[in-house]
Design a protein around this ligand. Structure first.
Ligand code: SF4
Length: 449
């Protein structure tokens, strides 16, 4: 019986994989239903293509979506035309690595690209997807994060590249994992649902997930908001001190959303002794985040980055802390624009899932009678999880990042820069074309009626 199932699963996943390779090459009808204004069909297909080939597509709009504002209305004021031969000659000399520790304590860690994977917990995504992300992070010399749901034993093999997250529910937090990790991430809030906790629906709380979180199977898990032990910078500092006492070498990253006083929050994080400020804007989150919260509460990351960057500069501490940002980073162009606005690097969530076949359908919680994602990504169901193969997923993630790194270097080349660090805070290299999206003229006519 089990063998028949495995054969069926293998057949089904083979078809899924083939489709991901073929879809970007097809000329699809205008009304082919896929994507939304932020994650357009072209952006999704571009990532499928990048993940299949390791290359940037030629026939798709892979740089921007159709939101009409934010990153989509920004472009670079390039100084040089693209000369491919010359670019390839200086390719290896363009430096896109990033130092994650600018303090004089903790381990010195340098990642090979200014990006790492966002926290997604065991239970919200499948173990096979976690493994694919960890394997890719190791190959790419960067990181992935466990999210708040514990540290599955299978990830230990990749511990040098796995961030442990501690959040308000303390699910799965163990001294053992804090001791082996190189970066600990405190999640205070999430841009997709600031002021709200998490909710893992009962069908997703399998015995494995429940064991990891030290709770009861098939019962809803609510993650509270906020940390009820933290109401001041001093309280927050106790968190940082706790980690530094247990593991003095570990770097501490602090994830917050983007409230109106996000600049003050960031300075507080600096004075509490953290190494990394992680700002999470309102455009991230999986289909598990409530629709009313996504995009409607947190400040867009495009506003939050310069606000925080400028404030840290004014305080004279900008060069002592790393600013990583997430929540709406979809393309290598978004990464470059975020850095030009003042970030050091970006944290990538949805794009990684799309590389594995996510269609942004939003069924992460609702699909399969509560079992989750129909292609084995946002699920804890064992059978559905088998649709994702870690080795295959790892390869696709490496390919996607390879294409992104190529494009990042190309942007630097056309701007006449040699190092990604030189791009930080260079607003002067950006052009803002203002609101403009497909259908904008029709929209203006409609408003006049
Ligand atoms: S494809 Fe899966 S992970 Fe992606 S939005 Fe749909 S249910 Fe969620």
């Amino acid at each position: 019986m089990e063998e028949i199932n495995l054969i069926a699963i293998e057949k089904h996943s083979e078809k899924l994989r083939k489709n991901l390779e073929i879809l970007p090459l097809n000329k699809l009808e205008e009304d082919f239903a896929m994507g939304n204004y932020g994650w357009t069909r072209d952006l999704i297909l571009s990532i499928y293509y990048e993940a299949s080939t390791g290359k940037i597509p030629r026939n798709l709009e892979y740089r921007i979506g159709n939101r009409g504002d934010g990153f989509d209305s920004l472009d670079f004021d390039y100084k040089y035309d693209f000369d491919e031969k010359d670019f390839l000659r200086c390719f290896d000399d363009i430096d896109i690595s990033l130092d994650l520790n600018k303090r004089n304590y903790g381990e010195k860690i340098k990642i090979s690209m200014p990006m790492y994977g966002a926290g997604m917990s065991f239970g919200s995504i499948s173990l096979n997807v976690m493994l694919a992300r960890a394997m890719a992070a190791k190959e790419l010399n960067t990181f992935t994060s466990t999210g708040e749901g514990g540290y599955p034993r299978e990830l230990m093999k990749y511990k040098e590249h796995v961030i442990t997250q501690i959040s308000t529910g303390y699910f799965g937090v163990r001294e053992e994992t804090i001791l082996i990790t190189r970066i600990v991430e405190f999640k205070y809030a999430q841009g997709a649902k600031p002021g709200l906790g998490g909710h893992l629906l009962a069908p997703k709380v399998t015995p494995e997930v429940a064991k990891m979180r030290e709770t009861v199977p098939f019962v809803n898990i609510y993650q509270p908001f906020p940390f009820h032990s933290v109401y001041s910078v001093e309280d927050h500092k106790k968190h940082v001190d706790w980690i530094r006492t247990v593991n003095p070498d570990a770097l501490v990253s602090v994830k917050v959303s983007t409230p109106i006083d996000v600049d003050m929050v960031a300075v507080g994080i600096y004075y509490a002794g953290a190494h990394i400020i992680h700002l999470d804007g309102g455009y991230g989150g999986t289909g598990a985040s409530p629709e009313f919260a996504k995009k409607n509460i947190a400040m867009p990351i495009e506003f939050a980055i310069p606000k925080v960057h400028k404030y840290l500069v004014q305080e004279g501490v900008r060069d002592n802390i790393v600013l990583m940002v997430s929540g709406g980073i979809r393309t290598p162009h978004d990464v470059a624009k975020a850095i030009a606005l003042g970030a050091d690097g970006c944290i990538i969530g949805s794009a990684e899932l799309i590389a594995l076949g996510c269609t942004q359908c939003g069924n992460c919680e609702k699909g399969g009678g509560g079992k989750g994602c129909q292609i084995g990504i946002a699920t804890s169901n064992r059978r559905l999880s088998l649709l994702q193969d870690p080795k295959w997923g790892c390869k696709r993630l490496i390919n996607m990042y390879k294409a992104w790194c190529y494009e990042l270097k190309k942007i630097l080349y056309m701007l006449g820069l040699k190092r990604i660090a030189e791009l930080r805070g260079r607003y002067d290299l950006l052009i803002d074309y203002g609101p403009k999206f497909k259908g904008y003229e029709e929209y203006l006519d409609y408003l006049k009626k």
